[in-house]
Structures are given as C-alpha cells and as structure tokens.
Design a binder for this molecule. Sequence first.
Ligand SMILES: Cc1cc2nc3c(=O)[nH]c(=O)nc-3n(C[C@H](O)[C@H](O)[C@H](O)COP(=O)(O)OP(=O)(O)OC[C@H]3O[C@@H](n4cnc5c(N)ncnc54)[C@H](O)[C@@H]3O)c2cc1C
Length: 387
Amino acid sequence: MRVERELPTEEAADLLALTRELADAELAPKAAAYEREERFPREVFRVLGDAGLLGLPFAEEVGGGGQPYEVYLQVLEELSIRWASVALGVSVHTLACSPVANFGTAAQRRDLLPELVGGSLLGAYCLSEAHAGSDPAAMRASAKAADGGWVASGEKAWVTHGGQADFYTTFLRTPDDGPRAISCFHLTPDLPGFAPAPPEQKMGLTGSHTAAVRLDDVAVPADRLVGEPGRGLGIALSALDSGRLGVSAVATGLAQSALDVAVDYAVQREAFGRPIAEHQGVQFLLADMAAAVESARAMYLVAARRRDAGKPYSRQASIAKLLATDAAMKVTTDAVQVLGGAGYTRDHPAERYMREAKVFQIFEGTNQIQRMVIGRHLTAEAVPPTA
Ligand SMILES: Cc1cc2nc3c(=O)[nH]c(=O)nc-3n(C[C@H](O)[C@H](O)[C@H](O)COP(=O)(O)OP(=O)(O)OC[C@H]3O[C@@H](n4cnc5c(N)ncnc54)[C@H](O)[C@@H]3O)c2cc1C
C-alpha cells in the first residue's frame, strides 16, 4: 500500500517520489537474495550517495541535503519498506557523521564534513564493547596521549558496517583527561593496527554486516579528535537521540512492509469459502497491525518535528523508539500468523521480516533502556506538590 504522507513542502514530496522510484528499482529487487546470501550491498550505498540520500539532514553549505528531520525520516521509512538493512545503514551513517557536524572544529567541518556527507564514503559508529553495551561508560578501549596525537588500543564490539566502512566515529577512554574521561575520534581503516574481525553470524538483517574492531596500538593523529577531550560520552548520547529517531523510522518501514504482505495475502487466500480477510478474526488482526504502524509513524514524526523546531526531544525520541520497535516485532509476528503455514516458510518474506524486527528492540539502547530514559525524564520534569 502506498503510504499517505503529510509533507511540509512540494520539494519534500518530490524527494519522497524520487526515493520511492530509486528504492523500487535498486533496493526491492535485491533485498531477498542479498539477505539470504549475507552479502553487504556496498554498491547500493554508492547509488544512494550519488542521489544525495546519504547526507539529507546536514546543511547544504557542507554538502548535505538541508532537509528537516521529519522529511529525512520519511525517506528512511520508504527505503526500509523495500530493504531494512540498507535503511538501517543510512541511519547509522548519519549517526556517524553527526559528531563531526555538531562538535567538530571549523577545520574539520570545512575539510572533513563535505566528504563524509557527500555520498562517496560510508560511516560506522563505535560505542559498544563486549562488556559495555547498555552501560557504555564501562568501556575499556582507550587512547593515551603520545607524540603527535594518541595511541589507541582495545576492542569495540557490534560495529554496524565493521569491515566495510570508510570511517569509524569511535569513542575511547582517554585516561590523561581524568579517570572516567571518554573522547570521540575520527578513525579510518588505513591506520596501521586498525583490524576489523569477520562479521557476526546473526538471526536477521544479514545484509548489514556487524563486526568487532580491534585497535592494536593504533597511532591516531592529533587532528582526529572530535569535540573537546573528555566530553565524548555527552557527544555519543546526544548523537544517539537522533539515531533513535532513525531506528524508529526504519522499524516503522519494516512493520509497514509486513502489513502490506499480510493484507495482500489475506484478500486472495480463501478459507471456508471466502477470502480470509473477510473473517472478522483476521480483519481485526489486520486492523490492529495498521493501528500499530500508524501510531509508530505518528510518534516518530512528533519527535522529529520537535527536533526541527529546536525543542527538547529526547523523551519523545525514546518513546518513538520503544513504540516503533515493539510495533515492528508485533506486526511482523502477526504477519506470519496471517499467512498461516506459508508464513513460516522462506517462500514469503514474512518470516524474514520477523527475524529482522527482533534486533530493533535491542540496538541503539534496548527497550528497557528507553523505559529508563523516559522514566528519568518523568521524574526530572515532575513538579513536587506544594505543602
Ligand atoms: C545487529 C547489531 C548492530 C549493532 N550496531 C551497533 C553499532 O553500530 N554501534 C554500537 O556502538 N553498538 C551497536 N550494537 C550494540 C547494541 O547497541 C547493544 O547490543 C545494546 O546496546 C545492548 O547492549 P548489550 O548487548 O551489551 O546488552 P546488555 O547491556 O548486556 O543487556 C542485556 C539485557 O539486560 C538489560 N539491561 C541492562 N541494563 C539494564 C537496566 N539498568 N535495567 C533494565 N534492564 C537492563 C538489557 O535491556 C538487555 O535486555 C549493535 C548490536 C547489534 C545486535
């Protein structure tokens, strides 16, 4: 089903039309085979980059698309309807660019940013470690001051685009800045000692490669520090607020594609002499799926419009991530149910969507962590009753 969208301008409507056309031609025909073969579609990201879709939310002066978040996120959702792994990759790339865009020096913004958002490069974001996922402040990989910069050592885990990316926005402990200090660095795979591991064997999203990256005494030049030394955790968390919106839009697109498969099947599959869509038990299931998808879309747009208006949006971003990713899990599971036995086979994409949905409840802050963030906002914003 073509999604009806509320877009702010004609230009945005044209951008969405271009995205749909490009995604129909370049993403949809490849998704199933690449996922089955666990192939990373680097050439697809080149096509998206050439079309200007890898830098949409960044300023035009630095080579970005100058689009508001509410438009960028709907582009992500359209990509995800055709191929969730690729849409997730665009979201992670945006996350990887944002520390340089928001905290980089004038020289980094001038010299580095146009290349990062321009479309020819692909980024990765290295915050997690094997023992430090929900609690990134427990990270151990470090960068110690040395002549001309730093020496980085340790291992980052779960890096989306690990082994494929052209640059890695990496958070490392910097003990010279204080016992708990963390700083942000722009690392590239040409640095000697930078060593990605083979991809993880995953349940789903197998077209998106996820790998650990070892840092074996990597000499990091001084101009690769992003933002102030010791301020890395704040940089990481502020980037994640935006990243959670990206994940919400991708999860919504995945849920929309599962709903579409279920509706198409239900109107043509017959049982007891009529299409199963005419049995109220199935119709109500489809209605609940549609309600979940539309609520997820509405919530990420509420958060995005607050961000575009310069208002605080962290609580709304966590609510959007929680709602959209739980919706994706439920809707994809229900799509398998609507297809019956056929849904459990690889002849239909419903089972793949269900496998893909699970990780959305886990990365960019698990849904338990989103509840913690929402709860902390509620208690911080509460006005104590006057006696
Ligand atoms: C496919 C994939 C791609 C990823 N891509 C990236 C990436 O590009 N960059 C990156 O930095 N990371 C990435 N990650 C890592 C991801 O962000 C972490 O897996 C996630 O934050 C959870 O961390 P963990 O796996 O260590 O789980 P843990 O932190 O060990 O959590 C285990 C369980 O305990 C729960 N839990 C933990 N603390 C609390 C608490 N205080 N209250 C209640 N429950 C709690 C969690 O919700 C979870 O259910 C990726 C992960 C996957 C699977």
